[in-house]
Design a binder for this molecule. Structure first.
Ligand SMILES: Cc1ncc(COP(=O)(O)O)c(C=O)c1O
Length: 378
């Protein structure tokens, strides 16, 4: 059978780590999961109840851009979170933020176009781009810049730039002047900006700032997956400039027909479940405190300031050049699954690891105990 070259994307290494961890569990071992980038908690109770109450409805197709009530609810969130007055007509409900990337890249770029992004960064950006015959261009960010790109880093000859704040794997956040400088520099070069804001709500100091606070010339991507604890429900959204709405609508009609109706009902109710989401955030905050206290004792002391999300990205160049082997060794001997940095940075990721602290605090405490004990006897 023939196959395309653009379809030959790299595997998501964290998935391979998860499988290795599951194999170990099948053999009866107890593994602490610091590799997975998802909450261990269910969707908010209000969301689950709303769906249960809707199960007798036909739940057929909705309009391609999503339920009007949900688009309005998301626009209201922008007023609450950022003080931004957003026209719900600019909100596009999507099949997770992953669906939003397909729509954004299709609306903005032609085959062969180049799209820049900071390394380390979320691996699927570059794989989705490749699968769409677009060319990812990595920017080597610096630890002293909290692994975020500088305006002067935007390469010549690119058509797009992906920003991520809080970033995955770094957890680092762009402040308002940084967002303004980056979006201004991109606009001056005629570069379209896509701002990935899917970890908003999960911050441990000041609130996160949206690119929409500094410009309307941006595609903002967000999701119910993380703050609202709804990864498997596959529901996210995108805010686009007014003149792009019809283009995105036509693409959404043809690519997806509509985002999942059942999940839209649950997501609408989740918007009113701030108490539960904030309770989850309090658990992450405690986990983060423990991680920052204990990881250095295990020898992982070169870490990016984790201002948001639920990750810590550690430079382990003093320990190894082969993060895949180190992660395998830690899984084997300490019973803790962690993610090698190669997923996030194909150039320098051999010397980094990502630790996720999205699980229950007792698990995080046990994982840290095991890591400290193993690294001391290694
Ligand atoms: C930075 C970033 N963007 C996007 C996604 C995809 O999320 P979703 O579940 O909304 O498709 C993830 C998932 O981990 C992520 O870390």
């Amino acid at each position: 059978m023939r196959h395309s070259t653009r379809g030959q994307v790299d595997p998501f290494i964290v998935m391979d780590v998860m499988e290795a961890a599951q194999r170990a569990e099948a053999q009866g071992r107890h593994i602490i999961h610091m590799e997975v980038g998802q909450p261990g908690t269910p969707a908010p109770e209000g969301a689950r109840r709303a769906l249960a109450g809707a199960l007798d409805q036909p739940l057929g197709y909705t309009s391609a851009l999503g339920l009007p009530t949900l688009r309005q609810g998301i626009a209201d969130l922008y007023r609450r979170w950022y003080g931004v007055d957003l026209d719900p007509g600019r909100v596009v409900v999507t099949s997770g933020s992953s669906g939003a990337f397909l729509l954004a890249f299709s609306a903005l770029f032609d085959a062969g176009d180049k799209v820049a992004m900071g390394f380390p960064g979320y691996p699927s950006y570059r794989q989705i781009l490749k699968a769409m015959s677009l060319e990812p261009v990595g920017i080597q960010t610096r630890p002293e810049d909290r692994y975020q790109p500088r305006p002067t880093d935007i390469p010549d000859g690119v058509q797009g730039l992906i920003l991520a704040s809080p970033g995955n794997p770094s957890g680092t956040v762009l402040n308002v002047p940084e967002l303004r400088a980056l979006t201004d520099a991109a606009q001056a070069k005629g570069v379209a900006v896509i701002s990935d804001e899917i970890y908003h709500g999960l911050s441990y100091g000041d609130r996160c700032h949206s690119a929409l606070e500094v410009t309307d010339e941006v595609f903002v991507v967000n999701s119910f997956s993380k703050y609202f604890s709804m990864t498997g429900w596959r529901i996210g959204w995108m805010v686009v400039p007014p003149e792009q709405v019809r283009t995105v609508e036509r693409l959404a009609q043809n690519m997806f027909i509509c985002p999942p109706h059942a999940s839209q009902i649950a997501a609408l109710a989740a918007l009113d479940c701030a108490d539960e989401a904030e309770a989850n955030l309090a658990v992450y905050a405690e986990n983060r405190r423990l991680m920052l206290q204990e990881l250095p004792k295990a020898g992982f002391d070169r870490i990016a300031p984790p201002e948001g999300a639920f990750y810590i990205y550690a430079d382990v160049s003093h320990l190894t050049d082969d993060s895949v082997a180190l992660a395998a060794e830690i899984l084997e001997h300490a019973g803790v699954a962690v993610t090698p940095g190669l997923d996030f940075d194909p150039v320098r990721g051999g010397q980094t690891l990502r630790f996720s602290y999205a699980r229950a605090t007792a698990d995080i405490a046990e994982g840290l105990r095991r890591l400290t004990e193993y690294m001391a006897r290694r």
